[in-house]
Design a protein around this ligand. Structure first.
Ligand SMILES: Cc1cc2nc3c(=O)[nH]c(=O)nc-3n(C[C@H](O)[C@H](O)[C@H](O)COP(=O)(O)O)c2cc1C
Length: 230
């Protein structure tokens, strides 16, 4: 296929379905993902748009033994120390967003069978971020760019491409800011240079079949409240 002259009139057969049905997956089968399948998803995601085609992303796909040692190292770090992210984690939100975030937490704990007053259980659930919710593969998105607003948008475009392409292939994903909480640990384990900042990660794998948590489809605000035509 000549990608420089690709016709935009070709049918895009499954983006809508992927949009409608994707949600974050937080319980996985241990079954490994074939490497050619991972290759296909990430090579396609490289078609994502970016500011002046600057392509600020690098992707590190970690499976097998390395995945296991990274999960241990990150879980240790998260148990014993405070996060030191290289990105600006948000500190405040408008009140309506706070409500949505609170609702999300309550619903997820509810589906996961966690009593919201049980801090120990909540902390244990939070820690599962660092073993990739049991996914066989963890993906880290890094960048050497100065982390300005538009680099964030570029990386967000890339992220969404991966999530939808994975869904199209029958894989589940969970995008995780938590996986950027201990960048030094990731750099050490993967042998990355200091200038490669660890932005975030994605757990990816086959969704666990018998899982209430995986059935939870997050709500959205009404389109009429958010989209206005002129
Ligand atoms: C930038 C970003 C960071 C996120 N970080 C985390 C995370 O650290 N842990 C987690 O469990 N989910 C994380 N999520 C998933 C969101 O909670 C989830 O996308 C949101 O609640 C909407 O639900 P859905 O993905 O199921 O549609 C993140 C999502 C995004 C886009």
């Amino acid at each position: 296929m000549n990608l420089e002259s690709i016709s935009i009139h070709e049918v895009a057969k499954s983006v809508s379905e992927a949009m409608d049905t994707r949600h974050s997956i937080r319980e996985y089968e241990t079954k490994p993902i074939p490497e050619d399948l991972l290759n296909r998803i990430f090579e396609k995601a490289l078609r994502s748009p970016s500011w002046k085609n600057s392509q600020p992303w690098k992707v590190h796909i970690v499976s097998g033994e390395k995945r296991n040692s990274l999960a241990s190292a990150l879980t240790n770090a998260a148990t014993g120390s405070q996060p030191t992210p290289e990105t600006n984690w948000p500190e405040s939100y408008p009140s309506d967003a706070k409500k949505r975030m609170f609702d999300l937490g309550m619903k997820i704990y509810g589906v996961a069978g966690i009593d919201r007053k049980d801090k120990e259980a909540r902390d244990q659930f939070m820690l599962r971020n660092f073993s990739f919710f049991g996914a066989p593969t963890a993906v880290f998105i890094t960048s050497k760019f100065d982390l300005n607003f538009f680099v964030g948008i570029d990386l967000g475009c890339f992220l969404q491409s991966v999530l939808l392409l994975a869904r199209e292939e029958g894989l589940g994903t969970c995008p995780q800011a938590a996986l950027g909480a201990f960048p030094e640990v990731v750099r050490n384990e993967l042998g990355l240079p200091k200038e490669e900042k660890v932005i975030m990660g994605i757990s990816i794998g086959y969704p666990k079949a018998q899982s209430e948590l995986n059935r939870f489809h997050t709500p959205r605000e009404e389109a009429s409240d958010l989209i206005r035509f002129y």
